[in-house]
Design a protein around this ligand. Structure first.
Ligand SMILES: Nc1ncnc2c1ncn2[C@@H]1O[C@H](COP(=O)(O)OP(=O)(O)OP(=O)(O)O)[C@@H](O)[C@H]1O
Ligand SMILES: [Mg+2]
Length: 270
């Protein structure tokens, strides 16, 4: 493995790549083309239990405050000198155009909606999340497979099928579930001056012709799925009606308790 100032990341080709220390640079797409999984055996799937990094996910309905909390967590970890990488749902360049067109022209069925998001996830998982976990990063995910388990099931996809579709992905070490009443989430979204997005409001399901009412119905159903999953997957439930500051204190305390943070510092011994 080569070595420079930064930390080297072994990618699936077996080559290594010096990585810019800033997570922003990585998020801009520091990773190249997809490569065989390991140099020795292109079909071998890296053992997820062997990863040195830790995986943290945030989940909850739209407007619950996930991005606010994960951003504050990221800045805190970075400013205290830790190896951090951030990735968010539905952000892969690979399928962006297909997703955009499918949504804009209302072409997506429950199945294609599910598969297109799974492809987006798999692309980021194989080229970013897993390599960085192997390189010993704390990887922060703004939404993980649980978003699919909630949304796709509400859209009519079989719960067991969507779980098996994502079974290649390792379980996060900690999944925060920001629990908030739908009406408060709606108020927060409207307060930021944005219009409700068609698919986030579930308008494609024909639940109501009123976009706010559709949002309420759709997000309530999603929240019901999250509540069931909280037990199934051991989410760490955060009471998300509170101030951002109070929640962040709880999030940081949980991370400090569950992760050996000093081992993720840039200057920590390998
Ligand atoms: N604890 C809080 N109290 C009041 N407002 C908040 C709180 N947390 C976040 N907000 C505000 O609520 C809005 C939604 O927050 P945020 O974008 O973090 O939610 P989200 O869960 O990421 O939503 P989405 O799923 O749509 O991406 C933002 O304008 C944010 O500034
Ligand atoms: Mg967000």
């Amino acid at each position: 493995m080569g070595h420079r100032d930064g930390v080297d990341v072994e990618i699936f080709s077996g080559k290594s790549m010096a990585v810019d220390r800033s997570a922003e640079a990585l998020a801009r797409g520091a990773f190249g083309e997809a490569a065989p999984r390991t140099a020795e055996d292109p079909l071998a799937w890296p053992d997820p239990r062997a990863v040195r990094g830790k995986l943290i996910a945030v989940e909850g309905i739209d407007g619950s405050g996930k991005s606010t909390q994960v951003y504050l967590l990221k800045r805190w970890l970075e400013s205290t000198g830790h190896r951090v990488f951030f990735t968010e749902w539905n952000s892969s360049d690979l399928v962006r155009e297909a997703t955009r067109r499918g949504k804009r022209e209302n072409l997506l069925t429950a199945t294609t909606f599910c598969l297109i998001h799974a492809t987006d996830f798999a692309d980021r998982y194989e080229r970013q999340i897993l390599p960085l976990l192997r390189a010993g990063y704390v990887v922060l995910c703004d939404r993980y497979s649980y978003t699919a388990f909630a949304r796709d099931v509400v859209r009519g996809v079989d719960p067991a099928w969507v779980r098996s579709l994502y079974s290649f992905a390792i379980r996060p070490d900690v999944t925060f579930y920001f629990q908030v009443p739908v009406d408060l989430a709606l108020l927060r979204i409207l307060a930021r001056g944005e219009r409700l997005k068609y698919h986030e409001a579930g308008m494609d399901l024909g639940l109501s012709t009123d976009v706010r009412e559709s949002f309420r119905i759709f997000q309530s159903r999603i929240d019901a799925e999250y509540r069931k999953m909280a037990e199934e997957f051991g989410f760490l439930v955060v009471e998300a009606t509170r101030s951002a500051h109070a929640q962040q204190a709880e999030v940081r305390a949980a991370i400090q308790k569950r992760l050996d943070l000093p081992s993720f510092r840039w200057n920590s011994p390998e």
